[in-house]
Design a protein around this ligand. Structure first.
Ligand code: AMP
Length: 290
């Protein structure tokens, strides 16, 4: 595994891999890697001859008062996970490499960035789209892998790729969970044991809602209420909404197209998000994946 810190070193490492004829897969992350990230790497390894992972805690996607300074880090653990998973190139830029002085150009996503997290994290998706756009230009991957757990992030990036004709296929990988249902997240490290137990109410509500959907319930109001019910155990619900899985438009009446129930909630000081996809046609295919 080559570990590189500058764009210049990255380009040299990637040139060699391309000359060997490899299809390039890319997995952008903020580090403190877990099984969710490992699964993205695994998907990339299955579909591409070479895999690039980036670790960068991107300051422009954090708002004032958010957890940029305390975001968990474990570079040594991350490097050994990447090595174990067969990553070819690990890119570890610092903020000055990503945002040289006088940096001033951004990618502004459209209305797809406005609902859900966009309502509570103004500017977040501008930061995400900009940094992912920059990484796409640096790495020039054939395929890029993102987790369904960050559903709105996937939607924003898929929209950006289409709107700007970026030559990359975006692959959305299903959410990896703990055995008890909690969606894996680097931020789970913030949870006390008691908070972790209360955090389970998020996935429990989503699973109950999914079970009702499988039993034939189609009412948006009923399904949303089922997902919401156990959330009295969390400290603050930012949203619990049933939306079109691709456009993120709010749905009403009955679920008649691929949809997602999305939740964001605070447990103690930790903000957690999760979602579950619902597909009325039952064919299991939600995204045209690369
Ligand atoms: P992060 O390091 O949290 O920015 O995440 C990097 C990538 O890993 C993003 O595409 C996330 O959606 C994805 N990811 C995070 N958690 C999970 C999970 N539990 N299952 C699958 N993918 C995940």
């Amino acid at each position: 595994m080559r570990v590189v810190r500058s764009v210049a070193e990255l380009r040299i490492a990637l040139k060699a891999l391309r000359e060997e004829g490899h299809r390039l897969g890319f997995v952008p992350t903020m580090g403190f890697l877990h099984e969710g990230h490992a699964t993205l790497i695994q998907h990339s390894r299955q579909r591409c001859g070479a895999t690039v992972v980036s670790i960068f805690v991107n300051p422009t996607q954090f708002g004032p008062g958010e957890d940029l300074a305390t975001y968990p880090r474990d570079l040594e653990g991350d490097q050994s996970l990447c090595l174990r998973m067969g990553v070819d190139v690990l890119f570890l830029p610092d903020a000055s490499e990503m945002y040289p002085s006088h940096f001033q150009t951004s990618i502004e996503p459209g209305p797809i960035a406005e609902p859900l997290c966009g309502r509570f994290r103004p500017g977040h998706f501008r930061g995400v789209a900009t940094v992912v756009g920059k990484f796409f230009n640096m790495v020039q991957p054939d395929l890029a892998f993102f987790g369904q757990k960050d559903l709105q992030q996937c939607a924003v990036i898929r929209r950006m790729v289409r709107d700007l004709n970026l030559p990359v296929d975006v692959v959305v990988v299903p959410t990896v969970r703990e055995k008890d249902g909690l969606a894996l997240s680097s931020r789970n490290a913030y949870l006390s044991p008691q908070e972790r137990t209360r955090a389970l109410s998020i996935s429990q509500g989503l699973f109950a809602m999914e079970a009702a959907f499988k039993d034939g319930e189609r009412s948006v109001d009923m399904l949303t209420a089922i997902a919401f019910d156990p959330l009295h155990l969390v400290d603050q619900v930012q949203y619990c909404e049933l939306v079109d899985a691709l456009t993120l438009d709010a749905l009403s009446g009955d679920v008649d197209r691929p949809a997602a129930v999305c939740v964001a909630a605070y447990v103690g000081k930790t903000r957690l998000i999760d979602n579950i996809l619902l597909n009325p046609s039952g064919d299991g295919v939600m995204f045209g994946n690369g």
